[in-house]
Write a protein that binds this ligand. Structure first.
Ligand code: CDP
Ligand code: MG
Length: 681
C-alpha cells in the first residue's frame, strides 16, 4: 500500500535567512526531456531554476563574506553561481575555487562550465584533481577536489591566489571538506587581520540541515533556493528484505511491466561489483520478456567507470526504450539525470568505517541515513511527480540515523593529521573542527604516524620528523609515501613508484563478467605467485614494452586510459622524488627486494595465516580473508601485506603481497615484539 511520504528533515528557516521562492511547474520551464538535446546552451542556462533568483542572489553574495546556499540538486548552484560571480566582477582580483568531494564531478563540471562559456577547457575554466592539472594562467574558475585545495593550503595557508572559495556538496562532509572548513575560516580571519584582499567563503549544500554550517561560519546567512520538487509517493516493503539485490531486481521488472515506457528508473546500490552483476541479470531477463514489455537499456554508474561510459547516463534512451540506471550514491547529489520517474532505494551504501581501538579502516556495506534516503527519493521528483520504492520497512526507515556521520568521525585520520602537521597546526585536538574527531581516533592516528616514523614526541609535544615532512610532500596515504621514501634502501625505487602509481588510479584491469574465461586466460601470463602487486607490475612492464599499444590493451583486458594515467602519476611522483633528492634506480629482475620494501612500508597492514587456514590482521587481531579476486586466493601464504579491507559477507583483504615474517620484524621490531607472537624464521 502506498504511504504518504514523511516530511523531509525539518525545514527550519532561521530568522535573517534569505528565501528565494522560485516558481514551480511553470509550463515551458522544465528542462528538455528525452530527445530534445538541441536547446542552445545559453537557453538551457536561463531555464535553470536558479536563473530567476540571479539578481537577488548576486546582491546578497556581493555583500556577504560568508554565505550558505541551499538548493535542490539540479537547480544550477554548481554550474551557475561561479559564472554569475565572475560575470558580475565579484572576486576578479583572484581565482574562484569550487571544491568537489569527487574527482569525476570536478572534471565533468569544469567541462560543462567551459562549454557554457564557450571556451576551451583549461583556459578561463579549468580543473585540478590529484595527478591532473588542467589550468593555465588565464584560469579564473577553478574546479578542484577538496583534497587538492587542502594540499595547496600547505604551501599557501592564506590561500592568497583565491578571492572566493566555494565549498560545494558540503552536506557530504568528506574529511577533506571538514578540514577545509577550518583552513578557509582561519585564512579568512588572518587575511582580515593582515589587511589583505578579503576571502569570500560560500558553502553549498543540497540538504536543509545547515544550522551547523551557519553556526560555524560566524552565523552566516542562509540563502535558500527553493527548487522545483514535485510530490513523491513513497512505498515501503511490508517485510524486511534479506536480499536487497533480489528485491531490487523484482522491483525493476515490476515497474518495467506496468509503467509507461518513457519513465526511467534509478536504482541506488553500493558498488561496482553488484552493479555489474545486477546489470547482467537485468539484460538477460529483458531479452526473454514478451514483446508487450518493450525494450530496456541498463546503464551502470559508479565512480571508477571510465568517463566516456559515465556520460552514457545523461544520454536519452532510444525512443520507446526504458532507461534503467544502476548507480552508487554518486547519483544522490553530485550528478543530475533527467527523465527519472522511479527511484528504487536499497537503503544501503558502501562507506568507510573505522575502529579506533584496532586502528582498522574498512569499507563496509551499511545502511544509509535518513537524510540520504530523502536525497535518493528526491531524484524521482525533479521533472514531474515521482515514485520511490524503499526496499525496507517503514520501521526500518524510522530506525535509520538522521544524518550521515561526518567522515572525519569514521575514518583513519593518519593522512589528514600528517597534512595538518605540515600546515603548521600541531595541536590537532584543538583545531577548529566543525565536528571534532574522537580523541581515540586522533590518538590512533598519532600512533600510526609514530610507527611510520613521521612523528616524534619531544618534551610532551608531538612534532613532525624530517621523514614526516618528506612524507607530507606526496599526495598519498602515509604508508605509500613511506614505502617510496624507503625504496632507495632496497634499490628498487623505480619499481615502487610504478606499483604505487598503479594503486593510485582506479583499477587498470578490465573485467567484463561475461568474458570471465577469456580474462583469466589472458591474465595468466602475468600472474605472479608473489602476489597482486607483482602481477600488476608485470602487466605494467608488458604495457610499456609494447609502447602503450591500444590493441594490446584490448587483447589483455587492460584499461588503456587508466594505464595512461599511471604513467602520468608516475611522472609526477618521480618529480617529487627528484626534489627530495631521492635516488631513483631499478632492481631489475630481483623481485625479492621489491617485496621486502613493501613489507617495510606497509607493515601496519599485515596479516598472518592461522592453523585453521584463516588469517589474522596483525595490527588489530581481527579475522580477515583473502579476496577471491587476489592471485593469492588459492596459495594462502604465511604472511602478507595488503592494501585495503573490504567488508561484505566477511572482511576481505584486497591487493596482497607475499612477505617474510623477518621483514616485518625488521621494519618495526619494537611494535611487532610488543604486539605480536611472530617469530623469526
Ligand atoms: O549544483 P546543482 O545540483 O544545483 O546543479 P548543477 O550541477 O549546476 O546542474 C544544473 C544543470 O546543468 C543540470 O540539471 C544539468 O541539466 C546541467 N549539467 C549538465 O548538463 N552537465 C553537467 N556536467 C552538469 C550539469
Ligand atoms: Mg551541485
Amino acid at each position: 500500500m502506498p504511504h504518504d511520504p514523511d516530511p523531509p528533515p525539518a525545514k527550519k528557516f532561521k530568522p535573517g535567512s534569505v528565501f528565494f521562492r522560485l516558481e514551480k511547474n511553470k509550463p515551458g520551464m522544465l528542462l528538455p526531456r528525452k530527445g530534445n538535446v538541441t536547446t542552445p546552451i545559453d537557453v538551457q542556462r536561463k531555464q535553470l531554476p536558479i536563473y530567476q533568483a540571479k539578481p537577488r542572489l548576486l546582491n546578497e553574495l556581493r555583500r556577504l563574506h560568508n554565505a550558505i546556499v541551499i538548493g535542490e540538486t539540479g537547480s544550477g548552484k554548481t554550474t551557475q553561481i561561479p559564472q554569475y560571480l565572475f560575470e558580475a566582477g565579484i572576486g576578479r582580483q583572484g581565482l574562484i575555487a569550487i571544491t568537489q568531494p569527487r574527482r569525476v564531478a570536478a572534471i565533468s563540471l569544469a567541462g560543462r562550465v567551459a562549454e557554457e562559456k564557450r571556451t576551451q577547457l583549461g583556459k578561463l575554466v579549468g580543473y585540478t584533481v590529484r595527478f591532473e592539472d588542467v589550468t593555465s594562467p588565464e584560469t579564473k574558475l577553478k574546479f578542484m577536489t577538496d583534497g587538492m585545495l587542502l594540499r595547496e593550503a600547505i604551501g599557501d595557508p592564506l590561500l592568497l591566489r583565491y578571492t572566493v572559495v566555494i565549498l560545494d556538496e558540503a552536506h557530504e562532509r568528506t574529511v577533506h571538506t571538514d578540514v577545509l572548513f577550518g583552513v578557509v575560516k582561519a585564512a579568512q580571519r588572518r587575511r582580515r587581520e593582515l589587511n589583505k584582499i578579503p576571502l569570500k567563503v560560500i558553502v553549498m549544500s543540497a540538504t536543509m540541515d545547515v544550522d551547523l554550517f551557519s553556526e560555524y561560519f560566524n552565523k552566516s546567512p542562509v540563502l535558500y533556493l527553493e527548487g522545483r520538487q514535485h510530490p513523491i509517493q513513497i512505498y515501503y516493503t511490508k517485510q524486511p528484505q534479506s536480499d536487497y539485490l533480489q528485491a531490487a531486481l523484482v522491483s525493476v521488472f515490476q515497474i518495467h511491466q506496468e509503467a509507461p515506457q518513457s519513465h526511467d528508473i534509478l536504482v541506488f546500490m553500493t558498488g561496482q561489483e553488484e552493479i555489474e552483476a545486477l546489470a547482467r541479470t537485468c539484460r538477460d531477463i529483458a531479452k526473454h520478456l514478451p514483446d508487450s514489455c518493450g525494450p530496456m537499456v541498463v546503464i551502470p554508474l559508479y565512480a571508477s567507470l571510465p568517463p566516456a561510459q559515465q556520460l552514457r547516463v545523461f544520454q536519452p534512451a532510444p525512443k520507446g526504450c526504458r532507461k534503467v540506471i544502476l548507480a552508487t550514491n554518486i547519483a544522490e547529489t553530485s550528478v543530475t539525470i533527467s527523465g527519472i520517474k522511479f527511484v528504487i532505494d536499497t537503503g544501503m551504501v558502501k562507506a568507510k568505517r573505522f575502529n579506533p581501538d584496532s586502528g582498522l579502516e574498512v569499507l563496509a556495506v551499511q545502511r544509509v541515513s535518513k537524510a540520504q534516503a530523502w536525497q535518493r527519493a528526491g531524484r524521482a521528483g525533479r521533472e514531474d511527480a515521482g515514485v520511490c520504492y524503499r526496499l525496507y520497512t517503514e520501521q526500518e526507515f524510522d530506525n535509520l540515523i538522521p544524518m550521515t556521520v561526518p567522515e572525519i568521525q569514521r575514518c583513519n585520520l593518519a593522512g589528514v593529521m600528517l597534512q595538518l602537521m605540515a600546515l603548521g597546526i600541531p595541536d590537532v585536538m584543538n583545531f577548529d573542527f566543525m565536528s571534532k574527531p574522537s580523541p581515540e581516533t586522533v590518538r590512533s592516528a598519532v600512533e600510526h604516524l609514530e610507527l611510520l616514523g613521521a612523528l616524534e614526541r619531544k618534551d610532551g609535544q608531538v612534532l613532525l620528523t624530517a621523514l614526516g615532512k618528506k612524507m607530507a610532500s606526496f599526495p598519498l596515504e602515509p604508508r605509500y609515501a613511506k614505502t617510496i621514501l624507503v625504496s632507495p634502501d632496497f634499490c628498487c625505487s623505480e619499481e615502487i613508484l610504478s606499483i604505487v602509481s598503479l594503486l593510485s588510479v582506479d583499477t587498470v584491469l578490465y573485467n567484463p563478467p561475461a568474458r570471465r574465461e577469456e580474462v583469466l586466460a589472458a591474465r595468466k601470463k602475468f600472474t605472479s605467485s608473489e602476489g597482486d602487486h607483482m602481477t600488476l607490475l608485470n602487466i605494467y612492464r608488458a604495457f610499456k614494452k609494447v609502447g602503450g599499444n591500444k590493441e594490446w590493451c584490448r587483447e589483455n583486458f587492460v584499461n588503456s586510459r587508466n594505464m595512461g594515467l599511471v604513467k602520468e602519476v608516475q611522472a609526477q611522483l618521480r618529480e617529487i622524488c627528484l626534489k627530495l633528492n631521492l635516488k631513483l634506480e631499478s632492481c631489475g629482475v630481483d623481485t625479492g627486494n621489491i617485496r621486502h620494501c613493501l613489507a617495510h612500508g606497509m607493515f601496519i597492514s599485515a596479516a598472518e595465516l592461522q592453523p585453521d587456514g584463516s588469517y589474522l590482521a596483525l595490527d588489530s587481531h581481527q579475522a580477515v580473508a583473502i579476496h577471491p579476486s587476489s592471485v593469492l586466493f588459492q596459495a594462502k601464504p604465511a604472511y602478507v601485506v595488503f592494501n585495503e579491507l573490504l567488508h561484505t559477507s566477511r572482511c576481505y583483504m584486497r591487493d596482497l603481497c607475499l612477505v617474510d615474517a623477518d621483514w616485518l620484524l625488521d621494519a618495526a621490531p619494537e611494535y611487532f615484539g610488543r604486539k605480536l607472537h611472530i617469530t623469526r624464521s
